[in-house]
Design a protein around this ligand. Structure first.
Ligand SMILES: Nc1ncnc2c1ncn2[C@@H]1O[C@H](COP(=O)(O)OP(=O)(O)O)[C@@H](O)[C@H]1O
Ligand SMILES: [Mg+2]
Length: 375
């Protein structure tokens, strides 16, 4: 029997989406093919501490923890980290002069938001020269910053909504001027958001000057860059993409709103079963619209130089116009998330998706290693 690949699953992290990441990691560990892979759980606390594999497993949902401990070993109990030194591949023990603790074949960062999806940990993994799942540093950083992402989408000819962004310091210095500019260029209703965040945290709708001011204050609590967009009245669709140089798109899915009280898809609506919204896949659109979504999803992915996987989100206006809303370079992978469901509906079970993601990680690593480094 071939040796099992050791997969380090990193989860938790220093972000508002810590809990979602734990749930996503639980779902990945639950679905991964245990006959091919050995999972080493690696947790990062909200404060940014890296936990020993044994302590990391304790953070996982009960079901996943039991599953891990039933499979051979669940890792040591010494503190570990990853060093940006290719000769110390994998996890390194902190208390034994940096000796190797856990050689890892591939790392799967199942982290959402800041310090996980934004290129920071990807930079560390690139320095360490360990193959890892998902987008590299540049694509991750571009996919995290909504202003940069939209500039790239625009450059690729993708339709997007009107937006402007400004610095929090600008708002604090010259709030009146900022308000006038927003009202002139965007108007009402508008969506105000932190440029670098996810899961709808810090996002609110503004309908007049006073609510705009409050919305900017709120967004400014989460980021130094604040974005205001025209509010789009449309259906919300998503499409999953996987691959490196030849990305493939899944069938699209759709959030169907049953209760208009769910003003927009906020954190609670996305991650709990409130019954206000339902994720339907395939989305109820024609074959032609499906094809257009898939093509636009691949274009968006290539615009940020994506690799591994991503999820691209759209608005579909009543007149049929499609707009790209955003790309998520580490999409939610929980049991209620769109990404696994869309692949399932496309005929690829989640375990097979994970297989492919691991293959893409290794392929991308080899492709990079081909580059000459001496001149
Ligand atoms: N311009 C907009 N028009 C209408 N709804 C919006 C707009 N921007 C965001 N929303 C709503 O807020 C949700 C979260 O916004 P999004 O830009 O996707 O940020 P996040 O990264 O937090 O998911 C969207 O799914 C949608 O329901
Ligand atoms: Mg979103």
């Amino acid at each position: 029997m071939a040796k099992k690949l050791r997969i380090g699953v990193i989860f938790g992290g220093r972000s508002g989406e810590h809990e979602v990441s734990v749930r996503s990691a639980g779902a990945v560990i639950q679905a991964i093919d245990a006959s091919k892979y050995e999972v080493v759980p690696i947790a990062i606390t909200k404060e940014g501490n890296w936990l020993a594999p044994a302590a990391a497993a304790d953070l996982l949902p009960d079901k996943t923890r039991r599953l891990l401990s039933s499979r051979s070993r669940s890792g040591g109990d010494e503190d570990v980290t990853i060093l940006g030194d290719p000769s110390r591949r994998g996890l390194v023990r902190l208390d034994t002069n940096g000796g190797p603790a856990e050689p890892l074949d591939v790392i799967f960062p199942v982290l959402h938001g800041t310090y996980g999806e934004d290129g920071t940990i990807q930079g560390l993994l690139e320095m360490a020269a360990v193959p890892f799942v998902g987008c590299g540093t540049l694509a991750s950083a571009c996919g995290m910053d909504k202003a940069i992402m939209k500039a790239l989408f625009k450059g690729a000819g993708l339709p997007i909504c009107n937006f402007i962004w400004f610095l929090r310091s600008e708002w604090e210095r010259a709030g009146e001027k900022v308000l006038r500019r927003v009202i002139r260029q965007i108007g009402f209703p508008a969506f105000v958001k932190p440029v670098n965040l996810g899961s709808s945290v810090g996002i609110s709708k503004a309908t007049d000057r006073a609510s705009l001011s409050r919305a900017i204050e709120l967004a400014g609590r989460y980021d130094r860059k604040i974005m205001v967009e025209e509010a789009i009245d449309g259906r919300e669709l998503e499409c999953a993409v996987i691959g490196n140089d030849k990305p493939q798109a899944s069938l699209p899915g759709e959030y169907v709103v049953h209760d208009e009280a769910a003003r927009f898809l906020d954190y609670a609506e996305k991650y709990s079963s409130t019954g206000h919204v339902e994720f339907v896949v395939p989305a109820r659109v024609s074959k032609v619209v499906t094809k257009r979504i898939q093509k636009m999803a691949v274009t968006a992915y290539q615009a940020i130089d994506g690799s591994g996987f991503s999820r691209v989100d759209f608005f579909l206006r009543p007149d049929g116009q499609l707009l790209v809303n955003e790309i998520n370079t580490i999409p939610g992978l929980t049991d209620v998330s769109g990404f696994p469901k869309m692949w399932e509906a496309t005929g690829v079970p989640f375990a097979r998706v994970i297989d492919q993601l691991i293959e893409f990680a290794i392929e991308r690593h080899r492709e990079r290693a081909r580059n000459e480094t001496s001149i």
